[in-house]
Design a protein. Sequence first.
Length: 238
Amino acid sequence: MHIGGFQKNSLIDFPGVIACVVFTPGCNFTCPYCHNPELAAGPVTGTGSSSFTQEDVLAFLDKRKGMLQGVAITGGEPTLQRDLPEFIRQVRGMGYKVKLDSNGTRPGVLAELLKDGLVDYLAMDIKTDLAHYPMVLKNQGSKDPVDRIRQSIALIKGEATAYEFRTTCARPFITPEIMDQIGREISGAALYVLQKCSRNVEILDADFLKDEAHFFTDKEMSELKSIITPFVQAVKIR
């Protein structure tokens, strides 16, 4: 599996678990606010700025047994990596828990991982409501992902033992009306996390930062939370 970046210790990326973070290169979306621009814009077979290989990561994990508890795999989009299931099997074989971040465009991969019990926690990004997903497609001529996103939502709600859906809140991808529609699409979900779009990091589209209209205030974030609350079991603002 191609490694685009590696963080040796994190207390925030895997809820309740001391973990390291593995970043994979390549993504099939082009979200302008993405805070991993080098990974998102690069090829799936790339390495970003990382000098780490899969073997390096596994060797590190072997040395940290008893000190680390888990591995969070993020990106980019990890499910684009052909060897993701085998990598996770090796990690779990060493006694580590695994959290996976995904945009939900490859439900077949998620189904395989969940069926084989390879993922302890699954976090799926909901970019916008289903009608507006074309706004984030990297290749505007690519197949509409709506059916695949819908499949992943249902799969995670029905099969994942621990999970969250989450949304980075920025206009025009999120509005009160869109938030209401997202609530209907994920109705009954165990946890939904609203993430305030950060202005203090490098992002994929630097011009996006220049327009104040893209960003929500704390008060507006609370209003979005109130819209989604009736649809899900728990809501957090992160």
